[in-house]
Design a protein around this ligand. Structure first.
Ligand SMILES: [Zn+2]
Length: 146
């Protein structure tokens, strides 16, 4: 039960004015940012969801709430670069090597990227800003360019 900010008498939580002294009560502003309830850890994990993580990355990088959170932004950039690599693998490397027999590079790269994504989801779940080779360096560079 809250108390009047002016006279200290008990007021109802939804009261705008105090029944005793009539002073206006401070109202809790509704959260302007829809990500207020999302923890940095959850946001970081979402950045690595295979196939869908890039959506979380874009949202995190645009969110006002994470503007100052270097760790979450690092995960977002690293997740984006992993997704870009996945796209390149599917669109460029896959078709380019499809006719080469006994050369399953497309499948191997795809599996490696999938393993890295799952590995990073585990790392993010443990609040570790693990830096993957190449992807981590690209993410660091993107962070410092801002
Ligand atoms: Zn009052």
């Amino acid at each position: 039960m809250p108390f009047c900010s002016h006279c200290g008498k008990q007021v109802e939580a939804r009261d705008v004015y105090c029944a005793q002294c009539g002073a206006r009560q401070p109202v809790d502003a509704p959260p302007a940012d829809p990500f207020t309830r999302v923890s940095p850890r959850t946001a970081s994990i979402c950045c690595y969801i295979p196939g869908l993580g890039w959506v979380a990355c874009v949202i995190v990088l645009a969110a006002q709430r994470f503007k100052q959170d270097r760790t979450v932004r690092f995960h977002a950039f690293q997740g984006l670069y992993l997704f870009l690599a996945w796209l390149l693998n599917d669109w460029v490397l896959g078709p380019a090597t499809a006719r080469v027999p006994h050369f399953p590079i497309h499948g191997l790269v795809g599996a490696a990227l999938l393993i890295m994504s799952i590995f990073m989801m585990v790392k993010a779940a443990h609040n570790e800003a693990y830096s993957l080779p190449l992807f981590g360096e690209l993410a660091e560079r993107s962070l410092s360019e801002q």
